[in-house]
Design a protein around this ligand. Structure first.
Ligand code: MG
Length: 159
C-alpha cells in the first residue's frame, strides 16, 4: 500500500478590518477572514487533508490557537511544517484538489498565483494542484457573506 488519501475542511468568519488570505495569496476585498493565524482557510483545509492522509491528527493539534507561537502565523509556514512532518514520516505529495466556497470576491483571477504558491510548498508541479471556487448561491452563512469554507483532498505516496 504505497498511496493514501486525506480529506480536509475548514471555515472562517469574514469580518471587516482583516486581510483576506486564500491559498497563500492576499486578495483585495472589503472583508478578511478572522482567526488566530492569518486565517487562510484554503491552506488550513490543505494542511488537514495532508495530515489526514498520513493519519497524523489535525491542524488544531499541531498548531493550537491557544499557543502564542501561532498568533498571526503565516499559513504558508504552517503548510511547510506539515509537508516536513510528512517527509519525516516517509510521505510525499502526489496531488491535491481543493474547493473554495464563498460569495465574494471573484477568485478565478487569483487561482494561478495560488497554484504556484502551493506547488512550491508541496514540491509538486502546478498541474498537481487543483483549485476550484464556487458560491453558495446566496444560501446560508456563506451566501450571506458571513464566512468562507474550503474543502481539500490530498494523495500522498510512500517515498
Ligand atoms: Mg482554520
Amino acid at each position: 500500500m504505497n498511496l493514501r488519501i486525506g480529506h480536509g475542511y475548514d471555515v472562517h468568519r469574514l469580518v471587516e478590518g482583516r486581510d483576506l488570505w486564500l491559498g497563500g495569496v492576499r486578495i483585495p476585498h472589503t472583508h478578511g477572514a478572522l482567526g488566530h493565524s492569518d486565517a487562510d482557510v484554503l491552506l488550513h483545509a490543505l494542511c488537514d487533508a495532508l495530515l489526514g492522509a498520513a493519519a497524523r491528527g489535525d491542524i488544531g493539534q499541531h498548531f493550537p490557537d491557544t499557543d502564542a507561537r501561532w498568533k498571526n502565523a503565516d499559513s504558508k509556514d504552517l503548510l511547510e511544517r506539515v509537508v516536513e512532518l510528512l517527509r519525516i514520516a516517509g510521505w510525499s505529495v502526489v496531488n491535491v484538489d481543493t474547493t473554495l466556497v464563498l460569495e465574494r470576491p471573484k477568485i478565478k483571477p487569483h487561482i494561478p498565483a495560488m497554484r504556484a504558491v502551493i506547488a512550491r510548498i508541496l514540491h509538486v508541479q502546478e498541474d498537481a494542484v487543483g483549485i476550484k471556487a464556487t458560491t453558495n448561491e446566496g444560501m446560508g452563512f456563506v451566501g450571506r457573506g458571513e464566512g468562507v469554507c474550503a474543502h481539500a483532498v490530498a494523495l500522498v505516496q510512500r517515498v
